[in-house]
Design a protein around this ligand. Structure first.
Ligand SMILES: [Zn+2]
Ligand SMILES: [Zn+2]
Length: 157
């Protein structure tokens, strides 16, 4: 392929916008290391395209932050639910083991309540771990778009 302006010079790159070949002297790298031919309409288009990944990166970063807050809240709820109920179960088990005849209806109700709370904690924990995966996804996406590493093929037909 030859340069679109110098027909005797071999092209070293292709314009990401119009797909024309450009020589060493004509090529104009964009901020995100893509090549342009130097025509004003192509420069304008590249600017517009560069703005899109930035918006997406911002959006992904926002979602990641939101998920992170939610994950932390859910972890807190899980701890609040699980720690006292596990302690309660241990205390009930110990007292039941020490004095089996003293196991009253009250402690059975308490034990049941503790188990329900532990199950609830299990649900919130599962929810936060799924959300945590989602958060990682958003962070990856934000990084991907933010670095401008999106390799779009030149729009040549
Ligand atoms: Zn061009
Ligand atoms: Zn040239």
């Amino acid at each position: 392929m030859r340069c679109h302006q110098h027909f005797d010079t071999e092209a070293v790159a292709v314009c990401v916008s119009c797909g024309r070949g450009v020589c060493r002297g004509c090529q104009q790298p964009t901020l995100d290391q893509r090549m342009l031919c130097g025509l004003p309409q192509c420069a304008a288009l590249a600017k517009k395209q560069a703005a899109v990944p930035f918006v997406i990166a911002q959006d992904c970063a926002n979602r990641a932050t939101y998920s992170k807050t939610l994950v932390q809240t859910l972890r807190g709820i899980t701890l609040i639910l699980a720690v006292p109920s596990v302690l309660l179960e241990i205390i009930l088990l110990v007292t039941a083991a020490l004095r089996p005849q003293a196991a009253m209806a009250d402690s059975i109700v308490l034990a049941g309540l503790g188990i329900i709370l532990i199950l609830l904690a299990g649900v919130t924990w599962r929810f936060q771990s799924q959300l945590s995966l989602l958060q990682n996804n958003w962070e990856d996406l934000a990084g991907e778009f933010g670095s401008g590493a999106v390799d779009e093929p030149p729009a040549s037909t």
